[in-house]
Design a protein. Structure first.
Length: 448
């Protein structure tokens, strides 16, 4: 447990700092009205959903670097850091080419006109830093696989501080800058991400120079191998988040701006509270990868049990807090000048927040198991598990019952709980059957 927590706390701080940025965006634009709050929070979610595919692919860098580190092959691990950076460059190019499509795509969804206009500007700016986002993830996973989780934490905390300060300057207009509102939140995120990535990349280059090999001899076969295991990992996250995006942009948005703002504020709250659980799951995955690399696969089930014990304990406490203090927590997002509108938002938000307590343990279990399977290279099964449950059950079920049977926001939360419960169950059965034991992530000669 001590080893797990030592690895986990920097990841927790690192992930939490990323989420704090989104929460600060929401809090700082809340005074601009429901449309600004809905556009900023939904725009941030849409940005993340579009970038989660390349981010999910570079998550596999941690699996390779941790296993190669366990095999005493640091140079091999470093090569995978460069493969992750190559994908970041590709992502930035695609992001720039996709800018003209933002408007037409938003027109496909039932946003109110003011929300659509604000979100269009937000997304166009955020995509300018797409490569930096993926590059940060690539290097964070490289260093994490080596057991160095503090360096990525420092980069993410720096990004958080820069972002919050830039929000203050650009959203409301301070220090002589114009008040840019929602666009200011987007510019702040873009600037902070690029600066933090530049610092982390500089350290990566310096480490290579100190080791006498800034750029090791890269191998096309290894890049293709990373993509072979990483693409299913990326699609794991992409299809899940794309289903959630459809859920938010079609099912929830169809309930009106108040329901959309309430749901997205609750998701921001949950994204903060879930970061310790995600950090623990990521730390557990590092230990799983290192154990497999050291040919100690029998230690993996114990690592997974230990990880879930810590993660599940935290999430249980979170759920209890949602049930006991929902009004005090959600009130942070209620800054409407109109008392009637504020009361409606508070009522909806409190109800959704209390209902969200039901999915906390399921979310924790699914994440711990998915991260452990990813560390072992079992990415294809988890891809299909998410696709079938998300698109065969969650998406059509939520659309039909909420939009056509009138289940409202309560029904929306019900389907989130059911999705996470089914995913946790399927991944648990997969792990217990032990197919991950037969997967060879790295070639035997790569660790020599």
């Amino acid at each position: 447990m001590r080893t797990l927590l030592t690895l986990a706390w920097p990841i927790v701080v690192s992930r939490a700092s990323q989420v704090v940025v989104g929460v600060c965006d929401a809090l700082m634009v809340a005074s601009l009205g429901q449309a600004a709050l809905a556009a900023t929070t939904t725009g941030a979610l849409n940005t993340f959903a579009l970038l989660i595919l390349p981010m999910g692919v570079v998550f596999i860098v941690s699996s390779f670097s941790s296993q190669l580190y366990g095999r005493k092959d640091p140079l091999g691990a470093r090569r995978y850091g460069f493969y992750g950076l190559a994908l970041a460059v590709f992502t930035q190019v695609v992001g720039l080419l996709g800018l003209p499509l933002v408007g037409p795509i938003l027109d496909l969804f039932p946003y109110e006109a003011d929300v659509r206009a604000l979100m269009h500007g937000y997304l166009g700016i955020r995509f300018l830093s797409a490569g930096a986002v993926v590059g940060m993830e690539a290097l964070a996973n490289y260093y994490g696989g080596l057991g160095n989780t503090r360096l990525p934490m420092q980069a993410n905390v720096a990004a958080m501080v820069l972002n919050v300060f830039a929000n203050w300057v650009l959203i409301g207009g301070n220090l002589g800058f114009p008040a840019l509102g929602v666009r200011g939140a987007a510019w702040a995120s873009a600037f902070a991400t690029w600066i933090a990535f530049a610092g982390l990349f500089g350290r990566f280059i310096l480490d290579g120079r100190l080791e006498g090999k800034i750029i090791p001899a890269l191998r096309l076969s290894e890049l293709l191998r990373m993509l072979r295991f990483g693409i299913p990992s990326g699609f794991n996250w992409f299809f899940e988040f794309f289903a959630f995006i459809v859920f938010v942009n079609v099912v929830v948005a169809g309930l009106g701006t108040t329901a959309l703002a309430g749901m997205m504020a609750v998701m921001q709250i949950n994204s903060v509270s879930f970061m310790p659980a995600f950090g623990l799951a990521s730390a557990g995955a590092i230990l799983v990868g290192q154990a497999i690399g050291a040919e100690q696969k029998d230690q993996v089930p114990r690592i997974v049990r230990l990880t879930f014990t810590a993660s599940g304990t935290w999430q249980s406490a979170v759920g209890l807090a949602y049930l006991l203090f929902p009004g005090a927590i959600f009130a942070l997002f209620v800054k409407e000048a109109n008392p009637s509108t504020a009361a409606q938002l508070l009522e909806v938000g409190v109800r959704i927040l209390m209902l969200s307590a039901a999915w906390q343990l399921f979310d924790s279990a699914a994440t711990v198991l998915a991260e452990a399977l990813r560390a072992a290279g079992d990415t294809t099964f988890t891809l299909w598990a998410r696709v079938v449950i998300a698109w065969g059950i969650f998406t059509p079920g939520s659309y039909l019952t909420v939009q056509h049977l009138g289940w409202g926001d309560r029904g929306a939360v019900f389907w989130l709980v059911l999705y996470l419960a089914l995913l946790a169950l399927v991944l648990f059965v997969r792990f217990r059957r032990g197919a991950w034991r037969r997967i060879q992530l790295t070639e035997p000669d790569l660790g020599v």
